[in-house]
Design a protein around this ligand. Sequence first.
Ligand SMILES: [Zn+2]
Length: 483
Amino acid sequence: MEGGDAMIPHLVDYQLVMLVLLWLCLMVPHRWPSPTGGAPKTPTRPIRPKRKRSTESKPFAGLTQKPHCALCEQEIGARSPAPLRRPDPMPPTHRRPRTVDTSMHFCPHTDCDYRGWLGLGNLRANGHPSGGPWRQFHCTACDGYFPEHHGTIFHGKHAEVDLIVRVLACLAEGLGIRATARVFEVEANTVLHWLVEAAEQLRAFSAYFLCDLHLQQLQLDELYAVLRARKADAISDDEAITRLERSPYWVWTAMDPTSKLLVVVDVGCRTLAMAQRVVHQVSQVLAPNCVPLVLTDGLKDYATALLTHFGYWMHPERRQDKGPRPKPRWMPLPALLYAQVVKSYRRRRLVGVIHRVVFGTRLAIEQILAKCGWTINTAFVERLNLDIRQRVAAIGRRVNTLCQGEAGLRDQLVLFQTYHNFVLPHASLRQPLLIPAVTSGRGSVKVWRPCTPAMAAGLTDRVWSLKAVLLYRVPPWPQAQTV
Ligand SMILES: [Zn+2]
């Protein structure tokens, strides 16, 4: 300070500044929204953590043994069926042109060479026998007959098709089995029976369409299905999770955040064996050489499971000219990028998020995500899990005794999976129409083309109705696009 004559005004200024600073210190924490207070309403905006050097993992040194996966072992043991030869198409006849499209049907007769193959011209529509609702087909190869609903859940049922479809649609929308039974005035056991049969067909439907997937990204997560005797805050979350880890009711999901396709959904414990099982199923539906960027929560078993299915034997170079060759190491494929979103909770509130890069580099991961305008997150699979909670009645509510147990939960989940992937258009996937379509009623002009996850993933070109899905006769094997 200089100039003694201005000492008093300076002192007053100084005190004033101190007072203002003190007031600011007291008031600011109250006025500023706390960064952790109030959990984010929508999970679409992940919380960005401070970057820390410590979260970067050291280069992975590799394993001396390939980790064990039960499903991989099973597949080595079981011999795959002999490759089937597709028969030559039937020569065209000079009869009147066909009006009924038989291209989506196949002959089901076991002794027929054309069994299970689509579009070979061996089928003729044969009208409706005795005026019934179902058309009959005739196979010119084996001279056999079959109805158009052969192999679907409607075959051999007296109940109306529309009733069965509406009952299953109700279940798919999240109404419980007993409630659905009351709405349609049918026996609860009948509803359960239809669900079990439909689930088997839908499993085949999903398996038929979900193959050779080219995915850029995958998000995996687990959610607990049934919470019993868990009072809020009575026990800590860690205790609750430790108890729940032994419960078989964890729903495991793997989804593509770009197309929203639910790739795998399974039920089991929260263990390494189950992580292996889920990643194994994911690896089975991916196209050869497709290695997506994987994002999961902090469950460490995912790293082992991913390493098992997306790894290779690396043969290290000899350090010196002499001496034994170093043992080969099981390493992640160079293309494998994997990061975890590790959330920490205190009293059921999110208090921190750390992004842990496990395989690959942070830069490579961020470059892929930046194309979509995203950062490292698991928000999309968490949003999907919320949908599962709302649409699968057996989860997150009072246990329905009719659907208790793993098998019942699986059936409801496969219904959800098909409904989500093929039937429900997803709002964020809709595409603008080049030419707005005028609607038939008084509604406004349509400017969007609805799009389902399966359409976005390139598996189909249309929105399926649940009825069309249930009427679809799933061929017993993939129809190779050979000429
Ligand atoms: Zn035949």
